[in-house]
Design a protein around this ligand. Structure first.
Ligand code: R5P
Length: 294
């Protein structure tokens, strides 16, 4: 097996290769003056190999997606027997249907493009709607990093008997997963998204957090607006310490400032998206899944 750490996930790719005790082939990347990407593998020896290419598609998502397409298609040209795309953050996963008439079903288009570039399987982590990803031709394995995040809080002793909260009722399973580690009970912060503006509002709710430590879990922190509002709500309900945890810390603009400013002790994320808060690694769980037959 060969692991290719893509330009957007070089560190995670190397960690996955170490866990798999697999050889790595590096990728040289440069940009042409007009912004186009140039990709060159340091070896062409992929004939008959089982290859895992690790490339997140966090912002700049278009560039990272194009790099992934170029890598997969080139691996196919070089005779790779199978190509697994490890895409820890799956761009466009939030547009998982046509919410309004005339809209693009973006996640479908991205999966189709990967398939056409020769990708045989996809491994992703806490994709926005894993069920939708299962509806296409290529098998998709969606992993959860929520237990890893919860274990981090436990291991570091950051919270005591903490309440696990999810953002939105649909994500209550996330809070329940975290609770299986933190064991302080779980609940959700109710949200509503305006389909036209994309703005998220929080509905009023009495949360069972008075005098308690709280960890709020979300799959993505993008602009930070949703998490900042959830932290504020937990504080207003009398929570003691409140932490923000997410799998994909996109942290666009002043997201971090917003969340810390609303009363969070810290933000903890994973290396699905490299950032200054990407403390928890998904390498081991990814490598374990790559080894399995599915
Ligand atoms: C929503 O569906 C997601 O789970 C996140 O809550 C959302 O993407 C966060 O976005 P933002 O940080 O921009 O509020």
């Amino acid at each position: 097996m060969i692991v290719v750490p893509g330009p957007a996930s070089r560190e995670l790719g190397r960690r996955v290769a170490e866990k798999l005790e697999a050889k790595t082939v590096d990728v040289f990347l440069k940009r042409f003056p007009d912004g186009e990407c140039y990709i060159r593998f340091e070896s062409e020896e992929f004939q008959g190999e089982d290859v895992a290419v690790v490339q997140t598609t966090a912002p700049p998502q278009h560039e990272n997606l194009v790099q992934l397409f170029l890598m997969a298609d080139t691996l196919k040209d070089f005779g790779a027997a199978s190509i697994t795309a490890v895409v820890p953050y799956f761009a466009y996963a939030r547009q998982d249907k046509r919410f309004l008439p005339g809209e693009a079903f973006s996640v479908k288009t991205v999966v189709k493009l990967l398939e056409n570039c020769g990708v045989d399987k996809i491994i992703t982590v806490n994709a926005h709607n894993p069920k939708v990803l299962k509806n296409f031709n290529i098998p998709v394995m969606d992993l959860s990093a929520i237990p890893l995040l919860a274990e981090y809080f436990k291991r570091e002793g950051l919270v005591e008997n903490a309440v696990s909260l999810s953002v939105g009722k649909k994500a209550l399973t996330v809070a329940s997963e975290a609770n299986s580690v933190l064991k302080g009970g779980f609940d959700y912060v109710p949200t509503q998204r305006d389909r036209v503006t994309g703005n998220v509002t929080l509905e009023a709710k009495k949360l069972p957090v008075e005098g308690r430590d709280v960890v709020i879990f979300d799959d993505i922190i993008s602009s930070g607006g949703t998490m900042a509002k959830a932290v504020k709500m937990a504080r207003e309900n009398g929570a003691r310490k409140v932490y923000a945890a997410c799998v994909h810390p996109l942290l666009v603009g002043n997201a971090e400032e917003k969340i810390l400013g609303s009363g969070a002790e810290a933000i903890v994320g994973t290396d699905c998206v490299p950032s200054k808060v990407s403390i928890v690694s998904v390498a081991a769980v990814t490598a374990k899944t790559k080894k399995k037959q599915w």
